[in-house]
Write a protein that binds this ligand. Structure first.
Ligand code: ADP
Ligand code: MG
Length: 747
């Protein structure tokens, strides 16, 4: 039926629809234009009113929207100003699901061109807002006639001649000039018309006609913004690269969204011919002309949990073995790493994000860093976790885009002359988890924004007129490789990786992963890897070879050891459920436990070493303990953080401090915070004293220093490293080869 409808009939249909469903909104537009200048209707209402009109809207959006805007104009009260009628838009939200309108970027096909579609994704880039000419009004320099030339695409079009049918002189573009009349009309020259010869203006100023009449003398501009979205991780199947789509927003849709937002863009897919120089191609690109934008505010909106699944989740949470089950569901093909996986399990659930009355936000996300030898399954683990958690993004420090890990303002082709704000991985993973591999290889720009990104969980960009603050409320799971290839348990973390202490101190937990030969562990690890491969081989054999060498039972038995305890789809929902509905609160016990623990550990160090002694922990560690305790409670969907949760958190924090922040059996957080522990500071003083004492003018050799330190029982490798460090810090120098001298500070 609507196929054969004329435009007036269609507009009439829309008018009836507006009359039935949106009368109030029309009045609002009339009253609060230009703040409100779009009538946003729900597709459901259209469908309810007339299913065929709904179908027509999806299929022929050009005529449907044109008619709808005519209908809006006709429905406005008669006394509204002309610019209200001119400036209204028709927007539709809530388009139907697949396969009718909703689609993913990767599913767009030629058949979608010209149709109304809804595409979901994360906003990756957004340009500055700039005006675009949509209706050019020109004045002929010869005859002063005013000529219109509507603009249809991105190429500026001047009139070909001074059109006679618009009252012009007919001169071709070559024999006259056309002056574009913009908003201020400063270039307008009033033609002298003998008939209604108005008195010439005093002073010879260009006479600007009164507003109502001058409307048609101004070119029409519209605000535009170019946007790029990319598929969100939930929509990707196992490790696919996300695909991207360019979209244009106009007028009141500009500045509605920023990079990192999760959106559904409703609009008409348009094609655009490619060309190289003058040569036009038969290949086309496409872009979305946005009709309306839906912002997804809530974290887990798209994780749908059915009542049966909720029942399963609640049942799982009551299981006494829930921790083991969840830990056993993290990368089961990776052998060992129990504590590491336990920490990762807590990270997936996260602590509670708090907003204080003064607006301060305290992060709930825990950040974890894995530092270690090559081939210790770091990358493997990172990839696994990103597939497991809702909104997980995998990125490498060696990012290939301008935005890198954080965000950047860039001036490139995309912006077509405007600056573009581009989101990096941490922004795209907002409200999720960012796995950053090879963190030590990140750019300098990233490493400076990373501090803010990790603690305040936002990233500020201020460059070339773009000032923006993007949210990066995600937990970070990072991996880094030691500078010298292998991790040396005897030297300090900061000396071994290319990351500043200030950045390191922002991680709640840091795990060193070493790959040292150990017959028992090696046997078990090799056994595990061999088994994994065997299970895979049997599965592939059964799938591809048509004999009965292996039974289904054989396959099942082999797979048992490498199967996750909880299937990933359910675990993802479990996590989403916990993060969106469970907000545990500490019991009094827990508060006391954590408080005392902190005080005790610090005062023990003080009483044994006195003032200036080692600092075993800082307030950051209490925060880490609280976050991990909360996560531990959340994991079993508990509303209370109990002593058991605090113990789990303590065990994890102590495990890591012992590995990377202890010296001589004591915790010393300065191993991470400043890179120099208390013991090392003392040792460095001793070494300096020794050099000064032995130096008779020509400097002292390493061997001479070592002879003395040996007698004082200081480990040789440490002294050697300290000497190197003193040398690179400039505190000692070498006046001649292999001889050290203490540098004197000038006074
Ligand atoms: P990294 O990123 O730490 O250099 P990868 O993640 O690339 O290491 O791992 C190298 C390979 O070694 C992977 O195929 C991984 O599965 C395997 N591997 C390493 N450690 C283990 C382990 N503990 N259990 C099972 N496989 C492992
Ligand atoms: Mg790796």
């Amino acid at each position: 039926m609507p196929e054969e409808m004329t435009l007036p009939q269609l507009a009439k249909l829309w008018r009836d629809f507006i009359q039935d469903y949106y009368r109030k909104e029309i009045l609002e537009i009339a009253n609060s234009f230009p703040e409100k200048r779009s009538l946003t209707v729900s597709y459901k209402d259209v469908e309810l009113f007339d299913p065929e009109l709904g179908a027509f809207l999806l299929d022929k959006p050009n005529s449907a929207i044109f008619a709808a805007e005519t209908a809006i104009r006709d429905s406005l009260p008669p006394d509204v100003k002309p610019e209200v009628r001119r400036g209204v838009h028709f927007r539709v939200v809530g388009l139907p699901p697949k396969p009718l309108a909703l689609t993913e970027v990767r599913e767009l096909r030629a058949k979608h061109i010209g149709k109304l579609v809804a595409v979901s994704g994360l906003v990756r880039k957004a340009t500055q807002v700039k005006p675009k000419l949509v209706d050019g009004v020109f004045q002929c320099a010869r005859c002063l006639a005013v000529i219109r030339e509507p603009q249809f695409d991105s190429v500026f079009k001047e009139p070909l001649e001074c059109y006679r049918d618009q009252g012009g002189c007919g001169k071709s573009a070559a024999s006259t000039r056309f002056i574009l009349l913009t908003n201020d009309l400063s270039l307008f020259r009033k033609p002298v018309q003998p008939a209604d010869a108005a008195p010439p203006s005093e002073g010879g100023e260009p006479q600007v006609p009164p507003d109502a009449a001058s409307r048609d003398l101004r070119s029409v501009f519209i605000d535009t913004q170019k946007i790029e979205i990319q598929e969100s991780p939930e929509d990707l199947r196992g490790g696919d690269q996300p695909e991207r789509l360019t979209a244009y927003a106009e007028d009141d849709l500009c500045k509605k969204i920023s990079p990192g937002d999760k959106v559904v863009l409703n609009g008409v897919l348009r094609s655009q011919q490619r060309s190289t120089g003058q040569v036009k191609s038969t290949f086309f690109d496409w872009y979305l002309e946005i009709n309306s934008i839906q912002l997804e505010e809530h974290e887990f909106e798209d994780v749908e949990i059915s009542p049966e699944e909720e029942e399963r989740i609640l049942r799982l949470a009551r299981n006494k073995d829930i921790y083991r089950l969840i830990i056993g569901s993290i990368a089961p093909t990776i052998y060992g790493m129990e504590v590491e996986k336990e920490a990762l399990a807590l990270q997936m659930f996260g602590g509670v994000m708090k907003v204080m009355p003064d607006g301060t936000r305290i992060r709930g996300d825990a950040h974890i860093l894995l530092v270690g030898d090559p081939g210790t399954a770091k990358s493997q683990l990172l990839r696994y976790i990103t597939r497991l958690v809702p909104r997980g993004i995998y990125a490498s420090g060696k990012a290939s885009t301008a935005a890198g890990l954080t965000a950047a303002a860039v001036h490139d082709e995309f912006g077509e002359g405007r600056w573009t704000l581009e989101a990096g991985a941490l922004v795209l993973a907002d409200k999720g988890l960012a796995a950053v591999d090879e963190l030590d290889k990140m750019s300098e720009q990233d490493s400076s924004s990373m501090h803010e990104a990790m603690e305040q969980q936002m990233i500020s960009v201020a460059k070339a007129g773009i000032t923006a603050t993007l949210q990066s409320r995600c937990s970070i799971l990072a991996a880094a490789n030691p500078k010298e290839g292998r991790f040396d348990e005897h030297s300090y973390l900061v000396d071994q990786i290319n990351l500043s202490p200030t950045l390191l101190s922002r991680f709640d937990v840091i795990f060193p992963l070493t790959d040292k030969p150990d017959p028992k562990k090696d046997l078990a690890l090799a056994g595990h890897i061999v088994n994994t491969h065997l299970a895979g081989e049997i599965a592939m054999y059964r799938k591809n070879v048509q004999d009965r060498k292996f039974t289904k039972e054989d396959e099942k038995r082999a797979m048992r050891k490498v199967e996750p305890e909880i299937v990933p789809e359910l675990l993802r929902k479990y996590i989403a459920y916990a993060r969106s509905r469970v907000f545990p609160v500490m019991t009094k016990d827990v508060m006391e436990i954590l408080q005392e623990y902190y005080v005790n550990i610090r005062s023990q160090a003080r009483s044994s070493e006195g003032e200036g002694g080692a600092i075993p922990m800082t307030p950051r560690q209490i925060e880490a303990l609280i976050r991990l305790s909360e996560a531990s409670a959340r994991l079993r969907l508990a509303n209370e953080v109990t002593a058991e949760d605090a113990d789990r958190a303590k065990r994890i924090v102590e495990y890591f401090l012992r590995k990377v922040a202890s010296e001589g059996g004591r915790f010393d957080i300065d191993a991470i915070m400043t890179g120099t522990t208390h013991v090392q500071r003392e040792r460095i003083h001793t070494i300096i004293d020794i050099i000064e004492e032995l130096d008779e003018g020509r400097g002292v050799t390493e061997e001479e220093v070592l002879r003395r330190t040996r007698s004082e029982g200081i480990p040789e490798d440490k002294v050697k490293r300290d000497l190197q460090r003193l040398y690179s810090d400039g505190r000692v120098f070498m006046p001649s080869a292999e001889r050290y001298k203490v540098a004197r500070e000038r006074r």
